[in-house]
Write a protein that binds this ligand. Sequence first.
Ligand code: NVA
Length: 268
Amino acid sequence: MKKNFLTLSDLSGDEIEEIFELSREIKERSLKGGSFHPLLGKSLALLFEKPSLRTRVVCELGMRQLGGEVVYLGPQEVGLGQRESVEDCGRVLSGYFNGIVTRTYSHNTLLRLANSASVPVINGLSDLYHPCQVLSDLFTIKEKFGRLEGLKLAFIGDGNNVCHSLIIGSSIMGMEIRVAAPKGYWPKQDIIKEKGAIITPSPEKAVKGVDIIYTDTWISMGQEKEAGKRRKAFRSYQVNTKILNLAKREAVVMHCLPARRGEEITDD
Ligand code: NVA
Protein backbone atom coordinates (compact mmCIF):
# COMPACT_ATOMS: atom_id res chain seq x y z
CA MET A 1 0.00 0.00 0.00
CA LYS A 2 1.26 3.52 -0.74
CA LYS A 3 2.34 5.73 2.16
CA ASN A 4 1.66 9.47 2.17
CA PHE A 5 3.53 12.03 4.25
CA LEU A 6 0.90 14.69 4.99
CA THR A 7 1.66 15.35 8.66
CA LEU A 8 4.41 14.28 11.07
CA SER A 9 1.82 12.03 12.73
CA ASP A 10 2.21 9.80 9.64
CA LEU A 11 5.63 8.76 11.04
CA SER A 12 6.60 6.98 14.24
CA GLY A 13 9.63 7.99 16.32
CA ASP A 14 11.51 4.94 14.99
CA GLU A 15 10.74 5.88 11.38
CA ILE A 16 11.96 9.44 12.04
CA GLU A 17 15.20 8.06 13.50
CA GLU A 18 15.59 5.82 10.42
CA ILE A 19 15.20 8.86 8.14
CA PHE A 20 17.82 10.70 10.23
CA GLU A 21 20.23 7.78 9.91
CA LEU A 22 19.80 7.71 6.13
CA SER A 23 20.16 11.51 5.96
CA ARG A 24 23.40 11.37 7.92
CA GLU A 25 24.72 8.69 5.57
CA ILE A 26 23.76 10.66 2.44
CA LYS A 27 25.23 13.86 3.91
CA GLU A 28 28.53 12.11 4.68
CA ARG A 29 28.73 10.57 1.21
CA SER A 30 28.03 13.90 -0.46
CA LEU A 31 30.64 15.69 1.68
CA LYS A 32 33.17 13.12 0.47
CA GLY A 33 32.12 13.95 -3.10
CA GLY A 34 31.01 10.45 -4.08
CA SER A 35 27.95 9.85 -6.24
CA PHE A 36 25.00 7.85 -4.95
CA HIS A 37 22.01 7.24 -7.21
CA PRO A 38 19.39 5.16 -5.36
CA LEU A 39 16.58 7.06 -7.15
CA LEU A 40 17.72 6.23 -10.69
CA GLY A 41 14.61 5.77 -12.86
CA LYS A 42 12.31 7.43 -10.30
CA SER A 43 10.43 10.67 -10.92
CA LEU A 44 8.82 13.28 -8.70
CA ALA A 45 6.26 16.00 -9.53
CA LEU A 46 6.37 19.26 -7.58
CA LEU A 47 2.85 20.65 -7.72
CA PHE A 48 2.91 24.08 -6.04
CA GLU A 49 0.06 26.57 -5.53
CA LYS A 50 2.26 28.97 -3.53
CA PRO A 51 5.77 30.39 -3.97
CA SER A 52 8.76 28.48 -2.58
CA LEU A 53 12.52 28.92 -2.33
CA ARG A 54 13.91 26.19 -0.04
CA THR A 55 11.31 23.44 -0.50
CA ARG A 56 11.46 23.66 -4.29
CA VAL A 57 15.24 23.86 -4.44
CA VAL A 58 15.90 20.97 -2.05
CA CYS A 59 13.34 18.73 -3.75
CA GLU A 60 14.74 19.46 -7.22
CA LEU A 61 18.39 19.24 -6.26
CA GLY A 62 17.82 16.29 -3.95
CA MET A 63 16.07 14.24 -6.65
CA ARG A 64 18.73 15.07 -9.25
CA GLN A 65 21.67 14.38 -6.94
CA LEU A 66 20.15 11.02 -5.99
CA GLY A 67 19.74 10.10 -9.67
CA GLY A 68 16.01 10.84 -10.14
CA GLU A 69 13.97 13.13 -12.39
CA VAL A 70 11.84 16.04 -11.27
CA VAL A 71 9.26 18.33 -12.90
CA TYR A 72 8.15 21.59 -11.27
CA LEU A 73 4.53 22.60 -11.87
CA GLY A 74 3.74 26.08 -10.58
CA PRO A 75 0.38 27.81 -10.16
CA GLN A 76 0.38 29.16 -13.74
CA GLU A 77 0.94 25.75 -15.32
CA VAL A 78 -1.76 23.76 -13.56
CA GLY A 79 -4.45 25.95 -12.04
CA LEU A 80 -5.17 23.27 -9.43
CA GLY A 81 -8.93 23.05 -8.83
CA GLN A 82 -9.65 25.74 -11.44
CA ARG A 83 -8.31 24.71 -14.84
CA GLU A 84 -8.35 21.05 -13.75
CA SER A 85 -10.05 19.35 -10.84
CA VAL A 86 -7.80 18.32 -7.95
CA GLU A 87 -8.85 14.70 -8.48
CA ASP A 88 -7.99 14.71 -12.19
CA CYS A 89 -4.54 16.14 -11.36
CA GLY A 90 -3.96 13.42 -8.76
CA ARG A 91 -4.96 10.62 -11.12
CA VAL A 92 -3.08 11.95 -14.17
CA LEU A 93 0.16 12.73 -12.31
CA SER A 94 0.07 9.23 -10.79
CA GLY A 95 0.36 7.85 -14.32
CA TYR A 96 3.60 9.73 -14.99
CA PHE A 97 5.38 10.02 -11.64
CA ASN A 98 6.46 7.86 -8.71
CA GLY A 99 5.53 10.56 -6.19
CA ILE A 100 4.06 14.05 -5.80
CA VAL A 101 5.24 16.83 -3.50
CA THR A 102 2.57 19.48 -3.22
CA ARG A 103 2.21 22.93 -1.63
CA THR A 104 -1.41 24.00 -1.26
CA TYR A 105 -3.37 26.86 0.28
CA SER A 106 -5.90 24.58 1.92
CA HIS A 107 -5.05 21.32 3.68
CA ASN A 108 -8.30 19.97 2.25
CA THR A 109 -6.89 20.29 -1.29
CA LEU A 110 -3.89 18.23 -0.16
CA LEU A 111 -6.19 15.53 1.26
CA ARG A 112 -8.22 15.41 -1.97
CA LEU A 113 -5.03 15.06 -4.01
CA ALA A 114 -3.71 12.33 -1.71
CA ASN A 115 -7.02 10.45 -1.96
CA SER A 116 -7.12 10.56 -5.76
CA ALA A 117 -3.40 9.81 -6.38
CA SER A 118 -2.23 6.21 -6.50
CA VAL A 119 1.38 7.26 -5.74
CA PRO A 120 2.69 8.72 -2.43
CA VAL A 121 1.88 12.38 -1.80
CA ILE A 122 4.22 14.51 0.35
CA ASN A 123 3.06 17.73 2.00
CA GLY A 124 5.40 20.54 0.97
CA LEU A 125 3.36 22.97 3.16
CA SER A 126 -0.37 23.48 3.62
CA ASP A 127 -2.21 26.00 5.77
CA LEU A 128 -2.29 23.37 8.55
CA TYR A 129 1.13 21.68 8.58
CA HIS A 130 4.71 21.91 7.28
CA PRO A 131 6.07 18.46 8.12
CA CYS A 132 9.16 18.42 5.83
CA GLN A 133 10.36 21.69 7.39
CA VAL A 134 10.04 20.34 10.92
CA LEU A 135 11.57 16.96 10.03
CA SER A 136 14.71 18.77 8.84
CA ASP A 137 14.59 21.11 11.86
CA LEU A 138 14.58 18.10 14.19
CA PHE A 139 17.53 16.65 12.27
CA THR A 140 19.41 19.96 12.71
CA ILE A 141 18.58 20.12 16.43
CA LYS A 142 19.82 16.56 16.89
CA GLU A 143 23.05 17.38 15.05
CA LYS A 144 23.55 20.40 17.30
CA PHE A 145 22.62 18.90 20.70
CA GLY A 146 23.30 15.20 20.06
CA ARG A 147 19.78 14.30 21.26
CA LEU A 148 16.15 15.41 21.11
CA GLU A 149 14.58 13.84 24.18
CA GLY A 150 14.24 16.23 27.10
CA LEU A 151 15.11 19.40 25.13
CA LYS A 152 12.87 22.45 25.62
CA LEU A 153 11.68 24.49 22.65
CA ALA A 154 9.76 27.80 22.75
CA PHE A 155 7.81 28.88 19.69
CA ILE A 156 7.07 32.63 19.72
CA GLY A 157 4.40 34.09 17.42
CA ASP A 158 1.61 32.71 15.27
CA GLY A 159 0.14 29.28 16.10
CA ASN A 160 0.42 28.40 12.40
CA ASN A 161 1.33 25.48 10.12
CA VAL A 162 4.98 25.39 11.27
CA CYS A 163 3.93 25.66 14.92
CA HIS A 164 1.47 22.74 14.51
CA SER A 165 4.16 20.52 13.01
CA LEU A 166 6.62 21.52 15.75
CA ILE A 167 4.06 20.53 18.40
CA ILE A 168 3.53 17.14 16.77
CA GLY A 169 7.26 16.55 16.14
CA SER A 170 8.20 17.53 19.71
CA SER A 171 5.61 15.19 21.14
CA ILE A 172 6.81 12.24 19.02
CA MET A 173 10.48 12.85 19.92
CA GLY A 174 9.99 13.52 23.66
CA MET A 175 10.73 17.26 23.64
CA GLU A 176 8.90 19.89 25.68
CA ILE A 177 7.26 22.62 23.59
CA ARG A 178 5.90 25.94 24.82
CA VAL A 179 4.02 28.30 22.52
CA ALA A 180 3.71 32.02 23.24
CA ALA A 181 0.98 33.57 21.09
CA PRO A 182 -1.64 36.28 21.51
CA LYS A 183 -5.24 35.15 22.13
CA GLY A 184 -6.98 34.42 18.84
CA TYR A 185 -3.76 33.14 17.25
CA TRP A 186 -3.18 30.02 19.34
CA PRO A 187 -2.52 26.67 17.68
CA LYS A 188 -5.55 24.46 17.08
CA GLN A 189 -7.10 23.16 20.31
CA ASP A 190 -7.28 19.53 19.19
CA ILE A 191 -3.55 19.49 18.39
CA ILE A 192 -2.67 21.15 21.75
CA LYS A 193 -4.85 18.69 23.63
CA GLU A 194 -3.68 15.57 21.85
CA LYS A 195 0.03 16.44 21.84
CA GLY A 196 0.34 18.27 25.16
CA ALA A 197 1.88 21.65 24.31
CA ILE A 198 2.13 24.42 26.93
CA ILE A 199 0.42 27.61 25.71
CA THR A 200 0.95 31.05 27.23
CA PRO A 201 0.38 34.64 26.14
CA SER A 202 3.80 35.56 27.62
CA PRO A 203 6.92 35.21 25.43
CA GLU A 204 9.07 35.94 28.53
CA LYS A 205 7.56 32.99 30.41
CA ALA A 206 7.80 30.68 27.39
CA VAL A 207 11.53 31.20 26.76
CA LYS A 208 12.70 30.80 30.35
CA GLY A 209 15.43 28.14 30.38
CA VAL A 210 14.75 26.78 26.88
CA ASP A 211 17.34 25.25 24.54
CA ILE A 212 15.71 26.41 21.31
CA ILE A 213 13.76 29.56 20.43
CA TYR A 214 11.80 29.22 17.18
CA THR A 215 9.81 31.82 15.31
CA ASP A 216 8.06 32.26 11.97
CA THR A 217 6.42 35.09 10.04
CA TRP A 218 3.29 36.71 11.52
CA ILE A 219 1.80 36.81 8.02
CA SER A 220 1.83 33.43 6.29
CA MET A 221 1.27 32.98 2.56
CA GLY A 222 -2.41 33.60 1.86
CA GLN A 223 -2.87 35.94 4.86
CA GLU A 224 -1.54 39.11 3.18
CA LYS A 225 -4.92 40.87 3.47
CA GLU A 226 -4.74 40.61 7.29
CA ALA A 227 -1.21 42.06 7.45
CA GLY A 228 -2.10 45.28 9.34
CA LYS A 229 -4.23 43.51 11.95
CA ARG A 230 -1.63 40.82 12.47
CA ARG A 231 1.31 43.22 12.84
CA LYS A 232 -0.64 44.93 15.63
CA ALA A 233 -1.60 41.70 17.41
CA PHE A 234 1.95 40.28 17.35
CA ARG A 235 3.85 43.49 18.19
CA SER A 236 5.11 42.18 21.53
CA TYR A 237 6.01 38.72 20.15
CA GLN A 238 9.33 39.63 18.57
CA VAL A 239 12.44 37.46 19.00
CA ASN A 240 15.23 39.85 19.92
CA THR A 241 18.25 40.06 22.25
CA LYS A 242 16.07 40.78 25.27
CA ILE A 243 14.09 37.57 24.74
CA LEU A 244 17.20 35.56 23.89
CA ASN A 245 18.81 36.60 27.19
CA LEU A 246 16.02 34.79 29.08
CA ALA A 247 16.77 31.43 27.44
CA LYS A 248 19.72 29.15 28.33
CA ARG A 249 23.13 30.66 27.56
CA GLU A 250 23.78 28.07 24.87
CA ALA A 251 20.26 28.35 23.35
CA VAL A 252 19.90 28.47 19.56
CA VAL A 253 17.45 30.54 17.50
CA MET A 254 15.64 28.95 14.57
CA HIS A 255 13.39 30.34 11.84
CA CYS A 256 11.93 28.36 8.95
CA LEU A 257 12.30 31.41 6.63
CA PRO A 258 11.33 33.56 4.82
CA ALA A 259 11.82 36.05 7.67
CA ARG A 260 10.38 39.55 7.78
CA ARG A 261 13.37 41.08 9.55
CA GLY A 262 12.43 43.78 12.05
CA GLU A 263 9.00 42.12 12.58
CA GLU A 264 9.04 38.64 14.17
CA ILE A 265 12.87 38.69 14.45
CA THR A 266 15.55 41.34 14.64
CA ASP A 267 18.83 41.18 12.75
CA ASP A 268 20.91 40.83 15.92
N1 NVA B 1 4.11 29.96 7.96
C1 NVA B 1 4.80 30.26 6.72
C2 NVA B 1 5.88 29.26 6.48
C3 NVA B 1 6.72 29.51 5.25
C4 NVA B 1 7.77 28.46 4.98
C5 NVA B 1 3.80 30.27 5.60
O1 NVA B 1 2.94 29.39 5.56
O2 NVA B 1 3.86 31.16 4.75
